[in-house]
Design a protein around this ligand. Structure first.
Ligand SMILES: *[C@@H]1O[C@H](CO)[C@@H](O)[C@H](O)[C@H]1NC(C)=O
Length: 249
């Protein structure tokens, strides 16, 4: 190959590189920092940090298709206490009554880039419903908190007690936990088959299940859909390769 041809090749490659260059990843490290992330908000949410010692940061990787982000943390002490819930919250998939949801498709592909031995952490949705059409998660407007645990490492348990085992919802098998927290009820679906790292379901299957089996009023509004991780103790870097959610009504 001639030198001139090689130069052309290099030029062509560098032009392509410039076109597809990804925006610089943004990292947040403050306890309650949040940043816009396409049709989501990425938040650190170190609400339980006082029960331990450690630090955490979260990085927005991409909003090209849904959202891609990561959370790195190191937490010690009080192994039964949640330290934080780094999460992405949809700014658009909300404000719909359960009975008016036609479908709520979601996909979540994730993996641990690194993880220490003995880690205690979940990877979970946190879906909030209530009587008013809008409301802040974990507030006086909250009636139900619906968690879907795609992972629970180190023997951690959800709020309340297990009330059902091996229920099939949305093509997966779950143990269902229920209990009160402040002024709302927590319903937690915990995977019985270990980590579900490529999740692709219709959340409406969960909504129908809790209406039919757990006495949740169909008039409840979806106030918030969050997806994230609750570390108790350990060190990890959790990467969400892609996540998305929508409500069709
Ligand atoms: C992010 O947190 C990890 C885990 O605690 C830590 O090792 C790393 O230095 C932190 N990075 C930044 C930029 O704060």
């Amino acid at each position: 190959m001639s030198i001139i041809m090689l130069q052309h090749l290099v030029l062509a490659v560098s032009c392509i590189g410039a076109v597809v260059a990804a925006p610089t990843a943004q990292t947040i490290a403050g306890p309650f920092d949040c940043i816009p992330a396409g049709s989501f908000t990425l938040c650190q949410n170190l609400w339980g940090r006082a029960s331990g010692v450690g630090n955490q940061n979260s990085t927005l990787i991409s909003t090209a298709s849904g959202v891609s982000w990561s959370t790195a943390y190191t937490w010690a002490n009080r192994p039964n206490n949640v330290k934080s819930y780094a999460n992405v919250e949809s700014t658009i998939a909300k404000g719909v009554q359960l009975q008016n949801v036609k479908s709520a498709p979601t996909t979540w592909d994730w993996h641990y880039d690194t993880q220490s031995s003995g880690i205690r952490a979940d990877v979970a949705y946190d879906i909030w419903t209530g009587v008013p059409s809008s409301g802040t998660p974990a507030s006086s407007a909250s009636s139900f908190e619906i968690m879907i645990w795609l992972s629970g490492k180190g023997g951690i348990q959800p709020v309340g007690s297990q009330i059902q085992s091996n229920v099939n919802v949305a093509g997966h098998t779950w143990n269902l936990w229920r209990g009160p927290n402040s002024n709302w009820q927590v319903l937690s679906f915990v995977s019985t088959t270990g980590d579900i790292t490529n999740f692709n379901v219709d959340l409406n299957d969960f909504f129908k299940y809790i209406i039919d089996n757990q006495g949740v009023a169909p008039t409840q509004f979806v106030q918030s859909i969050q997806a994230g991780t609750e570390p108790f103790v350990g060190q990890a870097n959790l990467i969400t390769d892609s996540y998305n959610v929508a409500i069709n009504h």
